[in-house]
Design a binder for this molecule. Structure first.
Ligand code: SF4
Length: 205
């Protein structure tokens, strides 16, 4: 049976009865975080965690990081930057380089980012952790949520399942980031997604 993760999330939130638990929100980039933060900020005490060792090259990583930080500064939301461990990412996805976007390489990439987020959430004694990744129409929320729930079995922090693309979440993130004049990248993040994007542009010329 297909799970409606957005419905499940809203049911969990209803159960708070006005209480605002702490949440470590993994964010892939500033633009994606806009509509996700808008949806969660009234219900959680949010700290955003930028851990994206998949992004290539480092200049792009830094550009996205700066955009993220500036946006959070403007909102007064707490922020933690993780380490840029692109070598570690490359080792993790070794053998999966030729996978298409949405394939096994992405599952490993999600897992790496969520495991690291869970470790930090545990250290911070956060009540929940989750990720902005489900806002993307290119990403499978079921795959992401199953990984998050599996990771949460071994720690005391709860994973908040989500499908942030629901209720026009993706559309809103595009609108909001455009209105704010934010930098929005045209490829997912890794070297391989960059190459895929460049190939598509070349083919369309
Ligand atoms: S395409 Fe995106 S999600 Fe998939 S491995 Fe590359 S950076 Fe990670």
């Amino acid at each position: 049976m297909k799970i409606n993760y957005n419905f499940e999330m809203m049911n969990i939130i209803k159960g708070f009865n006005g209480r605002r638990p702490s949440l470590l929100l993994h964010s892939c980039c500033g633009p994606c975080s806009t509509s996700v933060i808008l949806r969660l900020k009234d219900y959680f005490e949010i700290t955003v965690y930028y851990y994206n060792p998949n992004i290539y090259p480092k200049e792009e990583y830094l550009r996205r990081e700066e955009e993220q930080r500036l946006y959070l500064d403007s909102l007064g939301i707490k922020y933690i930057q993780g380490d840029y461990e692109n070598d570690k990412y490359e080792s993790a996805i070794s053998g999966l380089e030729m996978e298409p976007e949405g394939g096994l390489r992405c599952s490993v990439c999600f897992k790496m980012r969520l495991e690291n987020t869970a470790t930090i959430a545990d250290k911070l004694n956060a009540e929940y952790f989750t990720t902005t990744l489900t806002v993307s129409t290119h990403k499978n929320s079921k795959v992401i949520n199953e990984i998050g729930l599996e990771i949460a079995k071994d720690i005391k922090v709860k994973y908040l399942s989500s499908d942030f693309k629901k209720d026009d979440g993706y559309k809103k993130s595009v609108q909001m980031s455009q209105e704010l004049g934010m930098y929005r990248q045209d490829y997912c993040g890794c070297f391989y997604s960059k190459k895929e994007r460049e190939k598509k542009i070349e083919e369309n010329v």
